[in-house]
Design a protein around this ligand. Structure first.
Ligand SMILES: Nc1ncnc2c1ncn2[C@@H]1O[C@H](COP(=O)(O)OP(=O)(O)O)[C@@H](O)[C@H]1O
Ligand SMILES: [Mg+2]
Length: 317
């Protein structure tokens, strides 16, 4: 019988539209003789034991239901193979992982974390002052804007770009904290507003394709053009970008030893390394999306099939 793969998604109707990888990857999996079905992670009717593999692809409402999602992850993990592996997902779900990658020697965007209003105010001041204790990442002077966001987030939820001193930055921090979340404040990287970010997609540890995502945040809170829009175009990565992406992948081996994802799961089946260029020219990590990134396979010939081939290989191990 053909192996059966679950494409793990959320139940929101908009996800079926926004998840642009679904159709091309379904076709590529079917072409390789695998069956694939979309399955909603919190649908109690799903029997996860039916599946040979549960592929975490678009469970994007985990940000609003994090404890339930983590409990589901444990549940599914006992019934089928879940990829990327649950231990890594738990680590990658909270952007505090940026501090671990910083410690591992990856150049990360200057970032400070806050669990209270006072800490959020201090975080903005610390970033404005350059590299002071409490800020992880590349030392950067002359910062005049910050980005405030939750540590558990996707799709630019509760994410805003503000001038230093704009009280709206702390208002957004308060919204995040009042909702039970924790805050991260980053130096706003000017190149993102100009040219966007560059994403290096890794499949089985190797570079599959690269794309550019246009600017999303408008200064003062809100989105460029008023709505959340992902403008995706194919791109080439610089050598520095490729090197940084592979450095993140390599760092996972070390970090995984202290946490719980066995070496056997590495290289990762998939991951997306989002990179920016700092004012001094350094390539730095904006985020490492290691369990639910849109891969935008349609921008790169062969990408859907490379992904499908990697999935198929996991099923014949
Ligand atoms: N430090 C930053 N500097 C400039 N722009 C940023 C920064 N952080 C986030 N952004 C913008 O906000 C968007 C969403 O933030 P991101 O960190 O990618 O979180 P997520 O994609 O998980 O919502 C990014 O795609 C980028 O356009
Ligand atoms: Mg992002």
């Amino acid at each position: 019988m053909s192996p059966l793969v679950a494409w793990v998604t959320s139940g929101d109707e908009w996800v079926a539209v926004e998840d642009v990888d679904r159709d091309p990857v379904f076709a590529a999996l079917e072409a390789r003789g695998l069956h694939v079905e979309a399955a909603v992670w919190d649908d109690p009717a799903v029997d996860w034991a039916r599946f040979d593999l549960a592929l975490l692809r678009a469970p994007w409402d985990y940000t609003e239901h994090t404890p339930a999602f983590l409990a589901w992850l444990d549940h599914a993990d006992g019934l089928t193979q879940v990829l990327n592996p649950p231990g890594l997902v738990r680590w990658n779900l909270d952007k505090r992982y940026m501090a671990d990658l910083d410690r591992a020697g990856v150049a990360v965007v200057p970032t400070a974390f806050a669990t209270s209003h006072d800490e959020a105010a201090a975080a903005v001041q610390a970033l404005a002052a350059g590299h002071v204790p409490g800020v992880v990442g590349v030392a950067l002077d002359g910062i005049d804007e910050v980005v405030v966001k939750p540590t558990v987030s996707a799709g630019s939820r509760n994410t805003g770009r503000f001038a230093i001193g704009d009280p709206a930055a702390l208002d957004l921090a308060a919204v995040i904290l009042d909702g039970g979340g924790e805050v991260m404040v980053q130096a706003c990287i000017p190149s993102v507003a100009l040219e966007g970010e560059r994403a290096v997609v890794l499949v089985d540890g190797a570079v599959s394709h690269v794309f550019r995502k246009g600017p999303i945040l408008a200064l003062g809170g809100g989105f460029v053009d008023g709505t959340y829009t992902e403008d995706i175009t194919p791109a080439d990565a610089t050598d520095a970008e490729l090197a940084t992406a592979l450095k993140v992948a390599a760092a996972l081996v070390e970090i995984g030893r202290d946490r719980v994802w066995p070496d056997a799961w590495l290289p990762l089946l998939y991951g997306r390394i989002d990179l920016v260029v700092l004012p001094d020219g350094t390539t730095a990590l904006l985020e490492a999306e290691l369990f639910e990134p849109a891969l935008f396979v349609h921008v790169a010939p062969g990408a859907a099939d490379r992904f499908a081939a990697a999935v198929a290989a996991r099923l014949t191990r």
